[in-house]
Design a protein around this ligand. Structure first.
Ligand code: FES
Ligand SMILES: [Fe+2]
Length: 387
């Protein structure tokens, strides 16, 4: 985002504050089967989640000569960074008899050793060693038995898995796949400088709700004053936000009460992040809650029509091992607040899932302030067709 775009967004927030309005669109209805149907969930998994580039790691989580294993929409995947800094992704499966190669979360290692018969792979995926090779596998072509790679790339401070990208003679298309996927959101991702941040804390939780219900809570602020009245609502303005659809993604800028002071400052001193929370939703796995000095990143993993894992990770300006005790306490407190507030949203999401599962309600109503929820569902439909 350029300084001019930041200024324009800030002006839009100040105008919304003065007119007490939020970005609006046409009202609509949506079929509850979108959140209940196992068939629909499978279509989303195969047509969207297993195809679009998804973020799995922050760049700071993968130092040189190390690996990390994570559950993804494709199953358990191992990410490695070699001595030269190259990042790769592999299915977590040994080419011998299919044992899980890695059974922990990650470590600093120069090679991966299978726990079954100790076939050994380099961080570049090549099969390096086979115990008793000449006896047991006299004709083995080790060069053809490397780990099964999945295209991936490091971009905008994250490691992206790009299942459908291919490698061509002119270069790796994983980067092109990410750039094409984020589209108009690219300028904002550059502006956030996520590559300069560090993981402070990561909390995974599994919720009994469809992934779309959990996304939708972040695209409107109509619920803010009610659902968050005991936590952060007093710091914000009632249902005032500037929401933009950027291609298939969403940016919701939510001014807080500090906007009145910022509005009095000369333009050169006005900063968007000083008086707003910005919620980004990049279709397929990336949610970002941007605050003044740090960013909370939500990684979503759909498990079933009514089950979703969300990992909330705080990204802060200082590496974890360089934080002073005061800084560490500050970020810990911050993370606790974020978790409490988001739990309020996600508990409501679980409640919606339970109540629509009873079957009495067959459609949900989206009002003018909730236009983004319909637009978000339309973005999903663009991949897999209408319900
Ligand atoms: S299954 Fe991995 S070494 Fe045998
Ligand atoms: Fe909320």
């Amino acid at each position: 985002m350029t300084p001019q775009q930041e200024q324009a967004l800030l002006k839009a927030c100040i105008a919304a504050r003065q007119t007490k309005t939020t970005t609006s669109g046409p009202p609509s209805q949506i079929d509850t089967q979108r959140y209940l149907s196992a068939k629909r969930f499978l279509q989303e998994l195969q047509g969207l989640w297993q195809r679009v580039p998804t973020v799995v790691l922050h760049t700071s989580e993968l130092p040189r000569n190390s690996y990390q294993a994570r559950d993804t929409a494709l199953g358990r995947v191992i990410f490695t960074r070699d001595e030269e800094g190259v990042v790769r992704a592999f299915h977590n499966v040994c080419r011998h008899r299919g044992s899980q190669l890695v059974t922990n979360e990650g470590a600093c290692e120069k090679r991966l050793v299978c726990p079954y018969h100790a076939w050994t792979y380099g961080l570049d995926g090549h099969l390096q060693g086979v115990p008793a090779e000449s006896q047991c596998f006299p004709d083995l072509d080790k060069s053809a038995m490397g780990l099964l790679a999945i295209p991936c790339v490091e971009k905008y401070g994250f490691v992206w898995l790009c299942p459908t990208a291919t490698t061509t003679a002119t270069g790796d298309t994983a980067e092109q796949a990410v750039v094409a996927h984020v589209g108009e959101m690219a300028a904002d991702l550059e502006w956030l400088q996520l590559d300069k941040l560090h993981v402070c804390e990561s909390v995974p939780k599994t919720w009994q709700a469809n992934w779309k219900l959990l996304v939708e809570g972040g695209i409107e602020t109509y619920h803010f004053a009610v659902a968050h009245k005991k936590t952060i609502a007093p710091f914000f303005l009632n249902n005032i936000a500037v929401t933009d659809q950027l291609g298939q993604h969403f940016r919701t800028v939510i001014p807080n009460r500090a906007i009145d002071q910022v509005a009095q400052l000369p333009e050169s001193k006005q900063r968007l992040r000083a008086c707003t929370h910005i919620n980004y939703n990049v279709l397929g796995s990336v949610g970002l809650l941007v605050q003044d000095e740090h960013i909370d990143w939500f990684r979503m993993r759909p498990i079933a029509a009514d089950q979703t894992e969300i990992t909330i990770t705080s990204l802060v300006p200082t590496a974890k091992d360089e934080l002073s005790p005061d800084q560490a306490a500050h970020w810990q407190k911050n993370m606790a607040i974020t978790n409490t507030v988001l739990d309020e949203d996600f508990v409501i999401g679980e409640g919606i899932q339970r109540s629509i599962a009873q079957g009495a309600l067959t459609s949900l109503q989206f009002g003018t302030a909730e236009w983004g929820l319909k637009a978000f569902n339309d973005s999903v439909d663009a991949y897999i067709g209408p319900l």
